[in-house]
Design a protein around this ligand. Structure first.
Ligand code: SAM
Length: 214
C-alpha cells in the first residue's frame, strides 16, 4: 500500500502523540512508554492500523505497536486514532522500514509479532524484501521472546508457500497452519480482520495463516 504523497503528512506525524519519534532511543525501554509491564505485540506493515486498533480494544492489557514504512499511510492510522471517542492508551505507531527493527527493540523485548497481508515482492531478486523471508525471520529471532509466536495472514498463495519454505532454513517451525482461515473453526476463533483481509475475503479469496515459533 502506498498512497499519494499528502502535503503536510510529515508535519502531522511529527506532532502526533501517537507516534514514537526517534524509536531507537526507546530500545530496551518500551515499557516506560506505556507506563506498565504489559506484553508488547507489534504489527509490521500495519497499513492504516485497523487491525491493531481493533485488537487494542479487545485486549486492553496488551501494548500494541504498529510499524509502517510510508508517511502517507501512517497518516491514515493517526487520523483513524483521532476519530476514536477515546484514544487508545495501549497503542503507538512507528514510521520506519522494518529492515532496521533490531535498532528499535532489545533482544527478546517483543512478545508477539503480526504480519498481515505483507507486500508480495513477486520478483525472485526481491525475495529478501518479503517480510516473512528468512532474512526478516533472523531479525525477528533477535527481538522476539524465546517462547514468542509470530502470526502471518495473507491471501497470496505464492507468498504463503514461500513463507512456509523459509521456516526450516531459518530455524522456525509451524504451530498451526490454515489454507482457508475463515472456514477453519479452530483458527478462525476470535479472528480480527485486517483491512486487506476484509477486501480480499469479500471477493472470495481464501485467507492463509500460520502461527510459528522457534
Ligand atoms: N496490514 C495491513 C492490512 O492487512 O490491511 C496493510 C497491508 S499492506 C498490503 C502492507 C503494508 O506494509 C503497507 O502499508 C506497506 O507500506 C507496509 N510495509 C511493507 N514493507 C514494509 C517494511 N519493510 N517496513 C514497514 N512497513 C512495510
Amino acid at each position: 500500500m502506498r498512497l499519494r504523497n499528502i502535503t503536510g503528512s510529515r508535519e502531522i506525524i511529527g506532532e502526533s502523540v501517537f507516534v514514537v519519534h526517534e524509536p531507537e532511543r526507546q530500545k530496551g525501554n518500551w515499557r516506560n512508554i506505556f507506563g506498565n509491564n504489559n506484553p508488547i505485540h507489534i504489527e509490521i506493515g500495519m497499513g492504516k492500523g485497523r487491525f491493531l486498533m481493533d485488537m487494542a480494544k479487545v485486549y486492553p492489557s496488551i501494548n500494541y505497536i504498529g510499524i509502517e514504512k510510508y508517511s502517507s499511510v501512517l497518516l491514515r492510522a493517526i487520523q483513524k486514532m483521532e476519530r476514536e471517542e477515546q484514544p487508545l492508551s495501549n497503542v503507538r505507531f512507528i514510521r520506519m522500514d522494518a529492515e532496521t527493527i533490531g535498532n528499535v527493540f532489545e533482544m527478546e523485548e517483543v512478545d508477539r509479532i503480526y504480519l498481515n497481508f505483507s507486500d508480495p515482492w513477486p520478483k525472485d531478486r526481491h525475495a529478501k524484501r518479503r517480510l516473512p523471508s528468512r532474512e526478516f525471520l533472523a531479525r525477528y529471532d533477535k527481538i522476539l521472546k524465546k517462547e514468542g509466536q509470530l502470526e502471518f495472514k495473507t491471501d497470496n498463495k505464492d507468498l504463503f508457500l514461500f513463507a512456509l519454505e523459509e521456516l526450516e532454513p531459518a530455524g522456525w517451525k509451524a504451530e498451526k497452519i490454515s489454507y482457508d482461515l475463515h472456514r477453519d473453526k479452530d483458527m478462525s476463533e476470535g479472528n480480527i480482520m485486517t483491512e486487506y483481509e476484509e477486501k480480499f475475503s469479500s471477493i472470495g479469496n481464501p485467507i492463509y495463516k500460520y502461527i510459528i515459533k522457534r
